[in-house]
Design a protein around this ligand. Structure first.
Ligand SMILES: Nc1ncnc2c1ncn2[C@@H]1O[C@H](COP(=O)(O)OP(=O)(O)O)[C@@H](O)[C@H]1O
Ligand SMILES: CC(C)(COP(=O)(O)O)[C@@H](O)C(=O)NCCC(=O)O
Length: 312
């Protein structure tokens, strides 16, 4: 048993990369190099070793959890003497800006969808629930994008509750990173998936006293973790990669940063990191880490080096 210091036993089982990899237990690699390229985020050096060493074991564990959920439902059905309809299995993926949540979520979606019975797996990012820029500006929150108060938390909770309740169809608003804003009127339609992945900075926030938190509806949650200084560097590296790509588009909110010199761009990226994203990480996101079922800890090179799994 691992200890959390002072001799107090830890509620987690901890694995290094090698011992976690062994838990893949023959799970086949069902992903081509082309598919890996498609799901990899910009400036994320994610590679096939990462899938083989980390995510196949994780996919196996998630499938076991989904199967266990089904057995629990059978138990309740037996108790009630009538069949209880299955509800979607909900997975939350949390962590800082620029930590690589989207890549991991896209990969899990693909791996899980290729499991036995080919379940329907949907992925929703919480950015669609950000208030539009006009609302953020009116509330003085433009420098707080990504903070809990920058989201329509009620709408997000309603959406996940609807999914958990098994509604046949629902939809979520859409965010366009290029324009840095909600696309007015656009919706992503979600039709009763077997598994839903909800990815975002704040998905593990706790509720106000007496309230219901999003994470109360999760069947499994993952926190993607790394040292703050390493994430800062990844944020800046990605800002430079975006400068060479998306920011060159005149419609990009960040287009002005494609036109300044490298020193000015670096200074601006540092400011965005220090004044917005690091404050949010330290004040709001990191404190939710202990609520995750599983923590993936990345090293400086973006490679997962340790995995912590909560004892159930
Ligand atoms: N300014 C931007 N313009 C366009 N795309 C962006 C911008 N910032 C981030 N992205 C993209 O949005 C996605 C989510 O990024 P982020 O919220 O930082 O989470 P993470 O890096 O953990 O996936 C990533 O795929 C990233 O490449
Ligand atoms: C869109 C985000 C708030 C992330 O949204 P999420 O899907 O995690 O809810 C974030 O990527 C972002 O744009 N932050 C604003 C600060 C910045 O531009 O760096």
């Amino acid at each position: 048993m691992t200890s959390i210091g002072g001799g107090v036993p830890s509620p987690y089982v901890e694995f290094d990369r090698e011992s976690w990899r062994a838990l893949r237990a023959g799970t086949p690699l069902s992903l081509s190099p082309g598919e890996l390229e498609e799901i990899r985020g910009l400036a994320d050096p994610f590679d096939i070793d990462e899938v083989e060493d980390v995510h196949l074991s994780l996919a196996r564990l998630l499938r076991l959890f989904v199967a266990g959920d089904g057995r629990l439902r059978d138990t309740v059905s037996a108790f009630l003497g009538e069949a209880v309809a299955p509800t979607p299995f909900i997975i939350g993926v949390a962590g800082s800006v620029a930590v690589g949540k989207s890549t991991i979520s896209r990969l899990l979606r693909l791996l899980l969808a290729r499991g036995e019975g080919e379940p329907v797996v949907e992925l929703v990012s919480t950015d669609g629930f950000l208030h539009p820029n006009a609302v953020l500006a009116e509330r003085g929150l433009m420098q707080r994008k990504g903070f809990p108060e920058s989201y329509d938390r009620r709408a997000l909770l309603k959406f996940v509750s609807e999914i958990k309740a098994g509604v046949p169809e629902t939809s979520v608003p859409m965010y366009e990173p290029l324009r840095y804003d909600i696309v007015s009127g656009a919706r992503q339609v979600i039709r009763r998936p077997d598994i839903l992945i909800v990815e975002g900075l704040n998905v593990l926030q706790s509720a106000k006293p007496g309230g219901l938190a999003l994470s109360d509806l999760f069947d499994f949650s993952i926190y993607v973790d790394a040292r703050v200084d390493d994430i800062r560097q990844w944020y800046i590296d990605r800002f430079f990669a975006l400068r060479r790509t998306i920011f060159t588009d005149e419609r990009s909110y960040f287009h002005p940063y494609a036109q300044v010199d490298d020193d000015e761009a670096a200074a601006q990226a540092e400011r965005f990191w220090r004044d917005i994203n690091e404050v949010n990480l330290v004040a709001n996101i990191l404190p939710t880490r202990a609520r995750a079922t599983l923590v993936l800890k990345k090293d400086r090179d973006h490679r997962v080096q340790r995995v912590r799994l909560r004892r159930i």
